[in-house]
Design a protein around this ligand. Structure first.
Ligand code: ZN
Length: 79
């Protein structure tokens, strides 16, 4: 059986995000184009809503520390 080597590998880019203040779920809001080489700075106004349906917590993350997240391929549904 031949397995194609040309298929695109997983998304290895880095994303900027913060942790939801309520449920601690990462909220990604942008792509980190610096590839981790530049200190990330949060936009002046950063109003984000949690993506978790059970949470939906909205908060101002302007003063929060911005973290980097790498998307991991999800093999299925994570509980
Ligand atoms: Zn949340």
């Amino acid at each position: 059986m031949h397995i194609s080597q040309s298929s695109k590998s997983a998304d290895t880019r880095w994303y900027l995000g913060v942790h939801c203040r309520k449920c601690k779920t990462p909220i990604l809001f942008g792509l980190d184009r610096s590839e981790g080489q530049v200190q990330s700075v949060a936009p002046r106004k950063l109003l984000l809503t949690c993506g978790q349906p059970e949470c939906r917590h909205q908060a101002d993350y302007s003063e929060s520390r911005v973290d980097r997240f790498q998307r991991t391929p999800e093999p299925g549904k994570r509980s």
